[in-house]
Design a protein around this ligand. Structure first.
Ligand code: KG4
Ligand code: ZN
Length: 347
């Protein structure tokens, strides 16, 4: 069966057609990145983002269907990112998907963007076993989840301030390195000594497992080694390498303690920041020989894409065939809201 996925939560308009059941594969996908539009502002400008989604979503969908060699009549369900994300951007995707679903009498499956990041690991690793711990690290989120099964999700810890991708972007912006900062720092750190400078690992005063990244950001931008901000200078490269190394160690030790506490069969790391080469190297090293299997989302599915939306949409559609609803609940991120949550019956 063919599922159409639509993602427009931030600054990528993405559309994909996947085939599930007979074959499990991504048939066609297109991502229109808005990075060049936002780069000069050093971050995403919401109004520019939603206008650009509005301009491209229609032809992008037509182009993906054409590339897949099918028409809308061959699609069984439409999966859509309902949230979280930028409201204007989400609304463009939602309005478009609703219209398409209504006009073609297709079920509309609303998908949570962060859970879709977790699902992205399944595209290339279909054998992942539950229960699992998932670390989602992106520009908007840093959350550790425990999933007993695909639709039983609990939040173990989440950031109380900035997301990890956000601090990488902000530090790169502060030093005038460009946007988005994550991939730039990923290249820069390679020439530096990761042990030259030390950073304090954040600890919550209330004893909570939650993350905090804003202190890292401040420490990196106020660091004496950043004074000249010369990307070619050794001190600066050492600063970036030490900063990134400490951030990755923080994510790793917290993931390891979640694994110790919950004893899952698998660990997933997903989201834009999971394409970071140091993170991939350190996590791979740490879980080699462990009884818990590590699955890193494939690099092409780490950052925002619609294949992961469609993949999770299919799973919901298959598990709850009557699904066709607008579930407000999906937008809520409190721990309680994730517990024991299952889709509600269709209207
Ligand atoms: O998942 P994503 O595309 O969007 C959100 O849902 O937020 O993640 C974007 C984030 C940005 O902060 C970007 O700097 C970061 O992912 N990123 C990276 C790398 N590639 C993208 N961070 C570190 N290393 C990378 N190679
Ligand atoms: Zn994302």
């Amino acid at each position: 069966m063919y599922i159409l996925g639509i993602e427009s939560s931030c600054d990528e308009t993405a559309v994909a057609v996947i085939e599930r059941e007979e074959h499990d594969r991504v048939i066609a996908e297109k991502i229109k990145s808005q990075i060049p539009l936002h780069a000069k502002y050093g971050g995403v400008v919401p109004e520019i983002a939603s206008r650009n989604h509005y301009e491209v979503i229609d032809y992008l969908t037509a182009a993906v269907l054409k590339e897949a060699g099918i028409t809308i009549d061959d699609i069984r369900a439409i999966a859509l990112t309902l949230g979280p994300g930028l409201m204007g951007s989400l609304l463009v995707g939602l309005s478009f998907a609703k219209g398409l679903a209504f006009a073609n009498n297709l079920p509309l499956v609303a998908v949570d963007h962060v859970l879709a990041h977790i699902e992205s690991a399944f595209i290339d690793h279909p054998g992942i076993q539950y229960p699992l711990v998932a670390l989602v690290v992106s520009g908007g989120h840093t959350t550790l989840f425990y999933q007993k099964s695909k639709f039983q999700t609990e939040v173990i810890a989440k950031t109380r301030d900035d997301a990890v991708g956000e601090i990488l972007d902000k530090v790169a912006k502060f030093y005038g390195l460009g946007y988005p900062g994550g991939p730039i720092l990923d290249k820069l750190y390679k020439g530096g000594d990761p042990h030259r400078y030390s950073f304090t690992i954040p600890k919550m005063s209330d004893g909570s497992d939650d993350f905090s990244f804003s202190g890292y950001k401040t420490a990196a931008i106020r660091h004496p080694a950043g004074k000249d901000a010369d990307p070619g200078g050794q001190d600066f490269k050492d600063l970036i390498a030490s900063f990134l190394n400490s951030v990755v160690d923080y994510l790793l030790t917290r993931t390891q303690s979640a694994v110790e506490n919950t004893k899952p069969r698998s660990v997933i790391v997903a989201g834009g920041v999971s394409s970071n080469s140091l993170l991939r190297e350190k996590f791979t090293q740490a879980f080699t020989g462990s009884t818990t299997n590590l699955y890193l989302s494939s690099p092409r599915y780490c950052t925002d894409n619609a294949a992961m939306t469609a993949w999770l949409g299919y799973e919901k559609y298959r598990s709850f065939p009557n699904i066709n609803y607008f579930d407000r609940y999906l937008n809520s991120y409190s721990r309680a809201s994730f517990r024991d949550r299952g889709p509600k019956p269709g209207r």
